[in-house]
Design a binder for this molecule. Structure first.
Ligand SMILES: Cc1ncc(COP(=O)(O)O)c(C=O)c1O
Length: 401
């Protein structure tokens, strides 16, 4: 009989483009748990990079997928399906008044957001977008140009024109970068890939005022920090600063691919028939999953739990971190948590995995924790115990030199 793990590794090696280098084969997930092909159980503090925010195979979402899969999966946007506008209504009822365009990924949602900004800006001869150093907006050519980390663009030159970066959380730098060509400023309210770096709330207020003064659009990329991750349904609500448009993706449908762009009501007529489209965007199946996610948020006290467990995890990890000189601090909001080290975080991530805890890194030196938002206190404690053991092991390795 074929060994599933070895056979899968071989199929990857032979037939899958090697843009990733995965080592573990997961075969099942439930709640905060994952199981690999050998039956080993893991606690998941990565949630597929903030995608399965309600945990794996959430019963309400699974039931909605099963029901919709047996009813109507896809008809394209040339026809209506009844689920997508219900989802749009639900999202808007919890955001600012506006309209939604559905896509399939974060990069695609951002592309739509940049097209939206250029469509408005071009009417007055403005089409440049300012983004932030250290940001991440996706891997398509335009979102790469907006991404403030040059290493991702290397080899894919020429850069798509119309984007430039300024230091994050620096209002003077932004002021000096704005020209008569600027149509929009885009930022992540909490930078994710860059290292779990929250915006300073005062900075965000100043950016909003500056954009208003100059007639520039303010765009938030909430792909990673949105959908409850930092303790409010939309990230802007944690800062009390409303953007003109926002993008989201990852967790909208708890694992099925969906991206979305929300723009304020006054911009509802910007992208009109023929100006933007997506074959799969807002398909009935994925919309049903996303609607079930919204219903779970309403019913299951998800946001309050995220804030409480997030506060608990960050406090406990900060206490534990004080024992080790190589831990520089703990930062983040809600359950978007970064443990900042004075060295590469990959070794610590590997040691967590040895403790059967799935984690991520961000930037080079940050251990990134993105557990499910409905995490229990017992699971939080279990995670803390495993991270403590991994830190202790790293300490021993460092001592040994
Ligand atoms: C803030 C942010 N924007 C955009 C993206 C791109 O999303 P996707 O991989 O779904 O295209 C990511 C992905 O990590 C992200 O974190």
């Amino acid at each position: 009989m074929e060994n599933l793990y070895e056979a899968t590794v071989e199929r990857y090696r032979k037939y899958v483009m090697p843009t990733y280098a995965p080592k573990i084969l997961f075969v099942r997930g439930a709640g905060a748990r994952l199981w690999d092909a050998d039956g080993r159980e893991y606690l998941d503090f990565a949630t597929g990079i903030s995608v399965c925010n309600l945990g794996h195979c959430h019963p309400g979402v699974t039931a909605a997928i099963q029901k919709q899969a047996a009813t109507l999966v896809h008809v394209s946007n040339l026809y209506m399906n009844e689920v997508m506008p219900r989802l749009a209504e639900k999202l808007i009822s919890n955001c600012f008044d506006g309209v939604v365009f559905f896509a399939n990924s974060g990069a695609e949602a951002n592309e739509g957001m940049f097209k939206f900004a250029r469509k408005i800006g071009n009417a007055t001869g403005r089409n440049e977008i300012i983004s932030m150093d250290n940001s991440f907006h996706g891997r398509t050519l335009a979102t790469l140009a907006a991404t403030g980390r040059a290493k991702y663009r290397k080899g894919f030159e020429p850069d798509t024109p119309g984007f430039k970066q300024v230091p994050f959380n620096d209002i003077e730098a932004l002021k000096s970068a704005i020209t008569e060509k600027t149509c929009a400023v885009v930022l992540e309210p909490v930078q994710g890939e860059g290292g779990i770096l929250p915006a300073d709330p005062e900075y965000l207020r100043q950016v909003r005022a500056l954009c208003d003064e100059k007639g520039i659009l303010l765009l938030f990329d909430e792909v990673q920090c949105g959908m409850g991750r930092i303790g409010t349904r939309f990230a802007w609500q944690s800062f009390g600063v409303e953007p003109d448009a926002l993008s989201m993706a990852k967790a909208i449908a708890n694992g099925l691919p969906m991206g979305a762009l929300i723009v304020k009501r006054k911009y509802a007529e910007t992208l009109t028939p023929g100006t933007h489209a997506s074959t799969f965007g807002g398909t009935a199946l994925v919309s049903a999953a996303a609607l079930a996610v919204q219903e779970a948020f309403d019913r299951e006290n998800v946001l309050e739990n995220c804030r409480t467990q997030g506060e608990y995890l960050r406090t406990r990890l900060a206490e534990i971190g004080k024992k080790y000189s190589f831990v520089k601090g703990v930062r983040g909001m809600g359950l978007m948590i970064g443990v900042v080290l004075d060295r590469e975080a990959a070794t610590l991530a590997g040691l967590c995995l040895k403790q059967n805890l799935v984690v991520l890194t961000a930037g080079e030196t940050v251990l990134r924790l993105l557990p499910r938002l409905n995490l229990t206190r017992a699971e939080a404690d279990e995670g803390i115990a495993r991270i403590s053991a991994a830190l202790e092991e790293l300490n021993t390795l460092i001592q040994k030199g």
